[in-house]
Design a protein around this ligand. Structure first.
Ligand SMILES: Cc1cc2nc3c(=O)[nH]c(=O)nc-3n(C[C@H](O)[C@H](O)[C@H](O)COP(=O)(O)OP(=O)(O)OC[C@H]3O[C@@H](n4cnc5c(N)ncnc54)[C@H](O)[C@@H]3O)c2cc1C
Length: 464
């Protein structure tokens, strides 16, 4: 139960300069920055061990003009080019000031994490995610979100950041828009009040709150939420009670490629490399290169709310560089057929329909005709036997709407100006994906978690 309580009701058990709610990427980055700026910081995390959606993620963070990007030979990327890609995906519906803020901050944030906190970055250059005009996806060498979170947690510990686990923040104490402290429920049922000079909301969005999902994203109300269950929308609920400017609650990242029923992410790189999605009738139903987020809705609209990703040996070999794909292989999710007929039989799809679909795709690859869904097939080789398939469904990964912030990551009120000491980042803040599923450009999630955490931590420390 999240509430905003009058400051007069608070009897503080302790006090810090900066309190941060949530120990995901946003909270840990904000904490590192705030400690570096000289503040006394406490991160409050409801779980016994920090994981968040960050450790469930692939951990890919887009950033332009870093030295890591230059090391792979990409010299001409800029924050402006990145911002243009973000806005093209969202059809100019993201706030331009916010887009400029995060696309300028993310490169310096990753460089600072490397220089000051020892994080290592590689840039993925074997394929382009839909909508990105340059290779700019950064990852830690393990290429997983779990490793990213672990590296951030190790850096935070080394920097002296205090993280209180099992500390569920159930209320904020506020006084005419100024935050005075937070109420914390402990696992043993006890309660504590912590006074703070500044507060950073890094507790992500509302994907784990079925009522809020049904209200704001009705098209996914019956879909699986594949993010962190503890993200219950507390920032949005507190924001509503405080009179914060809250935007784009109908915006979210879906994903149209979660292995079903194994619940393992199958990278969209398979589609970008030439794979196709068919329904159980053996037919394609969309432009797979439109984006994996909106593909969640397209897949859920198919019979049985599932689809098959179909691809060949070349793509199967390539996909094995992804840890998730190797997990899917171990779990028995990947089917194989030496011929079209054998694959059709193994996945229970009509052979003639599958043959027709593959013949049409081959013609599109030769450039003999234009795809009815608008995909360009000519850039990758045609699929050839042996063929592979994995059954997938569409899911909700995380929400993109939230509290609007200014360029200092200060939460804006509906009255117009910023709250004096309230900051937000990551999934707690309004993102840069616009008001629906189609605006999510790959990496927008960790982009705002890391970039706004980087800004919020310093702003909160200096303002506290
Ligand atoms: C499967 C999957 C793959 C993804 N892959 C990518 C990717 O490759 N690139 C990308 O950019 N994005 C990706 N995302 C999205 C990305 O994971 C999120 O955008 C990002 O992790 C958000 O970070 P955060 O710090 O805001 O939230 P989280 O990492 O979710 O951290 C929030 C923390 O707050 C805690 N918390 C919540 N409420 C409270 C409370 N009241 N009191 C105390 N603690 C609280 C939670 O327990 C949690 O630990 C993916 C998401 C999923 C689900």
């Amino acid at each position: 139960m999240s509430a905003v309580l009058p400051a007069s009701a608070m009897q503080a058990d302790a006090e810090v300069d900066v309190a941060i709610i949530g120990a995901g990427a946003c909270g840990l980055v904000a904490a590192l920055r705030a400690v570096e700026a000289g503040a006394d910081v406490l991160v409050l995390e409801r779980d016994a061990k920090p994981t968040g959606s960050t450790s469930m993620s692939s951990g890919f963070i887009p950033a332009p003009a870093t030295r890591f990007q230059r090391a792979i030979g990409t010299e001409d990327d800029t924050p402006g080019r990145f911002a243009a890609d973000i806005q093209a995906k969202t059809k100019n519906r993201a706030d331009p000031g916010l887009v400029a803020t995060v696309s300028k901050a993310i490169g310096p944030a990753l460089e600072w994490l490397a220089v000051s906190h020892g994080l290592e970055w590689i840039v993925l250059d074997d394929f382009l995610y839909p909508g990105h005009s340059r290779h700019r996806m950064h990852a830690v060498p393990e290429k997983t979100g779990a490793a990213l979170l672990q590296r951030l947690a190790t850096a935070a510990e080394a920097a002296g950041v205090m993280v209180a686990t099992g500390a569920h923040v159930t209320g904020l104490f506020a006084d005419e828009g100024r935050i005075r402290g937070v109420r914390i429920a402990r696992a043993d049922g006890s309660e504590e009040n912590l006074a703070c000079k500044a507060l950073v909301l890094a507790c992500n969005g509302y994907g784990g709150n079925a009522d809020l999902v049904a209200r704001h994203i009705p098209e996914l109300k019956d879909a699986l939420y594949y993010g962190h269950a503890g993200n219950q929308g507390d920032a949005v609920l507190w924001g509503e009670a405080l009179g914060a400017d809250i935007r784009h609650l109908s915006g979210y990242q879906g994903h149209g490629s979660l292995a079903h029923p194994h619940q393992i992410l199958i990278s969209w790189a398979l589609m970008m490399e030439g794979g196709i999605q068919i329904n159980t009738e053996g037919r394609r139903f969309s432009n797979e290169h439109g984006g994996y987020s909106e593909q969640a809705v397209n897949v859920l609209a198919q019979p049985g709310r599932v689809a098959w990703n179909v691809y060949d040996q070349r793509i199967h070999d390539f996909a094995q560089s992804f840890p998730d794909y190797r997990d899917a292989m171990s779990a028995g999710a990947i089917r194989q057929g030496a011929s079209v007929a054998e694959l059709a039989e193994r996945i229970g799809v009509d052979e003639r329909a599958l043959s027709d679909t593959l013949r049409t795709a081959a013609a599109l690859q030769r450039g003999d005709a234009a795809d009815e869904f608008g995909r360009d097939f000519t850039t990758k080789p045609a699929l050839k036997a042996p063929l592979f398939a994995v059954k997938v469904t569409g899911v909700l990964f995380h929400t993109q709407g939230g509290l609007m912030v200014d360029r200092d990551a200060r939460v804006i009120s509906t009255a117009g100006g910023p709250f004096p000491n309230l900051f937000a980042g990551g999934g707690a803040a309004c993102g840069v994906s616009g008001p629906d599923v189609s605006g999510y450009l790959s990496g927008n999630g960790l982009l705002t978690a890391v970039a706004l955490g980087y800004i919020a931590g310093r702003s909160a420390a200096l303002g506290s």
